[in-house]
Design a protein around this ligand. Structure first.
Ligand code: ZN
Length: 398
């Protein structure tokens, strides 16, 4: 309990790691160490190399992927040793992100001294990872032989090629791809993830985690899931910090277009939902997808189809313009109007008609409008004229 309480006292400091207090600082020599208990905690240990009298000490831990810094008062024992247990569940720390940490000691006179900065990557230490590298890509796996790792690296490179057909991928920072052997292994690493998730991209950290079960389908799974997650990371690099404002249907739609093998079940599910008039309105796919596996699958199928349709009409550049418009903060509803000068409602209606063959009442009316006008001119207006003249005649007789 003590550990939990001390964690609750943990203060989230919304300061950038690089921002330092105005007070002059000098260094203090310390030995730093950190150990990972995956899924539970990281224990940070420090030992003063020579005795030092000070008033108080603080530990600063910086999550570089999310650009968040935590600070925590700590104590040193008689031997000059401090130990702090950082609860990774409370901070929802993502696997394979890098933490930087340092100590600050306030001396008797009020001046502050600072330790060197330590760095640790929160690796999934449950498995013995093997690694293959090619350029900016680093492929990690623990289940399967060398050929398995090579096949996955090839799928990643083919994924990069696919992304290149949308925009030149920014590979100035590495991308780490971790392959899990089962969904339960993956979900052990991502406790908050939806039950149906078979992959995750941490775009800030450049980290991809995907499940690829070994077996007859492993090649297809690699060529679906790795390029999909690569698109998430690279699109985020392409549009910058506003990436999170891009609606889920467009983020997932573009990622699905990067898949080398589209899921063959998408078309059937789409056609069935269209026939039953059970499609999800696209505006319901702006924020996130349903936690229910069936609705989520339909959401992916629709997102892919709708995004594919937009690419057919407006091209790859149009899709990117739309993504940038969203990244700049435009609402989900207004994006197409801003990017293409067409309302969301019209685009969705056109997609339903042209791709899924759905007719809507307003579209039917619109299609028949010229004939309705003609009908009025040729039949209705003369008829009104005849009726009027008959009524006048009747009145005259009266
Ligand atoms: Zn995705």
């Amino acid at each position: 309990m003590r550990v939990v309480n001390s964690f609750l006292a943990f203060l989230l400091v919304l300061l950038l790691w690089g921002v330092k207090p105005a007070r002059a600082q000098t260094g203090v020599d310390m030995e730093l160490a950190a150990s990972i208990q995956f899924g539970e905690a990281i224990t940070f240990t420090a030992r003063l190399k020579s005795p030092l009298a000070f008033q108080n000490a603080s530990l600063f831990i910086h999550d570089s992927a999310r650009d968040v810094t935590y600070s925590q008062p700590v104590t040193f024992d008689a031997n000059g040793v401090s130990e702090f247990r950082f609860d990774v569940r409370q901070s929802a720390l993502r696997p394979f992100t890098t933490l930087l940490w340092r100590y600050e000691l306030t001396l008797a006179g009020g001046s502050v001294v600072q330790s060197p900065t330590g760095s640790i990557r929160y690796d999934d230490t449950r498995f013995a990872w093997q690694t293959l590298e090619s350029g900016a890509l680093r492929l990690h796996w623990y289940n399967g032989d060398e050929a398995f790792g090579l096949a996955a690296l090839n799928a990643a490179q083919a994924g990069l090629q696919k992304v290149s057909s949308f925009f030149p991928p920014d590979l100035s920072q590495p991308i780490d791809i971790y392959l899990y052997a089962s969904e339960s292994d993956l979900h052990g690493a991502l406790p908050g993830a939806e039950a149906w998730a078979a992959g995750h991209a941490d775009s800030g950290a450049g980290v991809i985690t995907v499940t690829v079960e070994t077996g007859a389908n492993q090649g297809i799974l690699m060529e679906q899931r790795i390029p999909h997650e690569l698109m998430h990371v690279l699109l985020a690099r392409q549009v910058g910090a506003g990436y999170r404002n891009i609606p889920a249907w467009l983020r997932e739609g573009m990622a699905a277009l990067a898949e080398l093998y589209p899921n063959p079940d998408y078309d059937g599910v789409l056609a069935d939902a269209a026939a039953r008039d059970a499609l999800i309105p696209i505006r319901d796919l702006c924020a996130s997808f349903s936690p229910q596996v069936d609705s989520a699958f339909l959401a992916y199928a629709q997102s892919r189809s709708f995004t594919h349709y937009l690419r057919d009409i407006y091209g790859v550049d149009g899709l990117l313009t739309l993504a940038r418009v969203y990244a700049n903060g435009v609402t989900c509803e207004r994006g197409p109007e801003r990017a293409f000068g067409v309302t969301f409602v019209k685009l969705e209606r056109d997609w339903r008609m042209e791709v899924l063959g759905q007719e809507s009442l307003s579209a039917t009316l619109e299609a028949f409008m010229p004939y309705l006008v003609l009908l009025c001119v040729v039949v209705v207006f003369p008829l009104i004229g005849i009726l009027n003249s008959l009524r006048k005649k009747g009145a005259a007789h009266g």
